[in-house]
Write a protein that binds this ligand. Structure first.
Ligand code: ADP
Ligand code: MG
Ligand code: ZN
Length: 485
């Protein structure tokens, strides 16, 4: 039996506003702050307080909705989602339910099978919960409650069940993160939990159109965990169904140590939350003029930038996609290409996403903290392209630039790395190589064209990598054609 996986994603992304969703408390880094320093009666859920909507959070949410090509509704409704949990002091979460801010969007993703469109079902605003820390002390267990995160603006972005593999799920999550970062509404710092992903997974017989029973994996906060947990769950369900078993609708967690999912709870139905319109907030009305203003201010997004890189710089879809994934890397590349003085942009792209990314990775640095400036990188590539230095020398120079921060020209001059471009010396190497290989020269002159490459290699060997290959090539062609006549 062949199975097809069907997957829809719910992503929770915190919005990087200055204050919380319904109060004036600051949004802070909850992974480093002391507990409960950004809390007030509103976000602590005291009785008798009133929430006030953060306009900036609504603006950010509209930005995301528009970037995902959604329809933004002029009126949406906040709703209470009732449930009890110690990190939710009010006993309910303010969310949007029947009338969300936006629906019907799409995001194009890149996979090894090519481009694919994932439909966005809805985008709605809500508030984050607090955080619990479970500790053991004196053989007792305690749960500590930190409300710094309670009430932080949260955007929920839900797809249609359009994905069919762990690879597609990862590609979607990465593309979404990239969009959020381009829009500057979310840092994308997954280790800090600012973007959490919940895949809903079911399997069905290949060719079937109906949906199987789904399992929802809660709160994954790395792409690796997302990919592994998804692959695991697809495998588990396929095996279960092929043995004649039935998937139970449930919510599971991902056990990183065991690399398997585990049951958290058998899924509650929507009726358990007893959603109802939030009585303390009026309907959220957004004026069309405001939405259009936000649309006009949207930056060039990763997909558009990728298409532009492909046409403007003649890059492959893959090379372009690597460069546009991070806004900073795309900026870096464009500045380096501009400074490379006519060197092919493809060569610049290779140096940036190959050599430079490698060095940054090793050093654990972001591209924004690169010791090599984009201009410095561009000038280095120009030196390679013009034949002033060869590829291997350039790698050494780049490593030195990276370690010491000196400019390429200075390193090349100081260490005498410039390749020999002196035509007289090169002419001598060529003449010597031709004199040492009379049989091959004769064969070449009798029509064995492929020997030109071999003879080129002989000259390069005599030059011990010191000669400018472009000049050598030209000189070799000149001397060989002189022999022909
Ligand atoms: P809830 O909000 O109750 O979790 P929704 O019905 O809104 O559920 O769906 C949440 C996510 O699950 C969506 O991304 C949707 O595409 C996906 N989904 C729904 N049914 C299935 C299914 N049978 N298999 C896979 N994904 C599904
Ligand atoms: Mg869900
Ligand atoms: Zn507050």
């Amino acid at each position: 039996m062949d199975f097809e996986a069907v997957i829809g994603l719910e992503v929770h992304a915190e919005l990087d506003t200055r204050s919380k969703m319904f109060c004036a408390c600051p949004v802070i880094d909850v992974t480093t702050a002391a507990p409960n320093i950004a809390v007030c009666p509103v976000c602590a859920g005291m009785p008798g307080v009133l929430p006030v909507v953060n306009e900036r959070a609504v603006e950010y949410a509209i930005r995301v909705a528009l970037a995902l090509e959604c329809q933004v509704y002029s009126t949406s409704i906040f709703a209470r989602k009732n449930y009890f949990y110690p990190d939710l002091p009010k006993g309910y979460q303010i969310s949007q339910y029947e009338q969300p801010l936006a629906r019907h969007g799409r995001l194009v993703i890149q996979t090894s099978q090519g481009e694919k469109t994932v439909r966005i079902r809805r985008v709605h605003l809500e508030e984050d919960t607090g955080k619990l820390t479970h500790v053991e002390k004196d053989a007792q267990s305690y749960s500590l409650v930190d409300l710094n995160r309670a009430g932080v603006p949260l955007l929920e972005i839900v797809t249609e069940p359009d994905m069919h593999s762990a690879e597609e799920v990862r590609a979607y999550a990465q593309a979404l993160r990239s969009v959020l970062r381009y829009l500057k509404v979310n840092s994308g710092d997954m280790q800090k939990g600012v973007m959490r992903i919940e895949p809903n997974i079911s399997v069905r017989l290949l060719g079937s159109q109906s949906l199987g029973t789904r399992v929802e994996i809660k709160n994954l906060n790395s792409f690796r965990a997302l990919e592994r947990a998804t692959a695991y769950e697809i495998q588990r369900q396929s095996e279960l169904v092929s043995r004649g078993g039935q998937v139970r609708q449930e919510t599971v967690g991902w056990d990183e140590a065991r690399q398997q999912t585990f049951t958290q709870r058998v899924k509650e139905g929507e009726e358990d939350y007893r959603y109802f319109p939030e009585p303390d907030l009026p309907p959220l009305v957004v004026e069309e003029a405001w939405v259009e203003h936000i649309r006009a201010e949207l930056p060039e997004l990763p997909a558009a930038r990728q298409r532009r890189f492909e046409s403007q710089y003649a890059l492959s879809a893959y090379d372009a996609s690597v460069l546009v994934a991070e806004w900073e890397a795309a900026e870096y590349f464009e500045q380096a290409a501009a400074a490379a003085g006519g060197a092919p942009a493809k060569t610049v792209a290779n140096w940036v996403s190959g050599e430079l990314f490698g060095l940054l990775n090793q050093a654990g640095k972001d591209i924004s903290a690169s010791p090599v400036s984009p201009q410095g990188m561009g000038r280095l590539v120009r030196s390679v392209a013009s034949g002033e230095i060869n590829n291997n020398t350039a790698k050494t120079v780049l490593a030195e630039m990276f370690a010491g921060g000196q400019e390429a020209d200075a390193i090349i001059a100081e260490r005498g790395l410039r390749q020999v471009s002196d035509t007289a010396q090169i002419a001598g190497w060529v003449a010597q190589a031709l004199a040492e290989n009379p049989d091959q020269v004769r064969a070449y002159l009798n029509g064995k064209d492929s020997l030109a490459r071999w003879l080129f290699g002989q000259v390069m060997r005599l030059a011990r990598g010191q000669g400018n290959p472009q000049i050598i090539q030209a000189e070799l062609e000149r001397q060989l054609s002189a022999l022909k006549n």
